[in-house]
Design a protein around this ligand. Structure first.
Ligand SMILES: [Zn+2]
Length: 123
């Protein structure tokens, strides 16, 4: 999993939560509500974050789409983080603690996304 992937996933879910507040349900530049779409494709579950209308001059429209990994080796991913904590982290250094904590949160995001979609599409 590259960092960009996690960033998008994190943005998707944080924007989704923030948009539940009416004050933030629309983007500054358009009248339509932000939309968070999850759909099943041949390649897997796709998440789409979009606002406004497509084809307008402004930057509205689809902000990004991400494809959830069908299979992710959580054991390996967690082991990498665990090793980082044990070997590379200096607990006196708040920055390295924050970086590793952040990576763990990102992994949790993926797990939640997969579980949510699993139940959503399993119906
Ligand atoms: Zn917009």
């Amino acid at each position: 999993m590259n960092d960009e992937y996690y960033e998008f996933l994190e943005t998707y879910y944080s924007e989704l939560l923030v948009s539940k507040n009416n004050k933030f349900s629309k983007c500054d530049k358009c009248k339509n509500n932000k939309q968070f779409i999850s759909q099943l494709t041949d390649e897997g579950i796709q998440l789409i974050y979009t606002c406004g209308n497509l084809g307008e001059k402004n930057k509205c429209g689809v902000q990004f789409t991400i494809l959830l990994p069908k299979y992710i080796n959580y054991v390996d991913e967690l082991k990498i983080l665990y090793d980082k904590i044990n070997n590379n982290i200096n607990l006196q250094d708040i920055n390295s603690v924050l970086i590793v904590s952040h990576q763990i949160i990102k992994l949790v995001f993926i797990v939640i996304a997969n579980i949510t979609c699993y139940f959503y599409f399993a119906k």
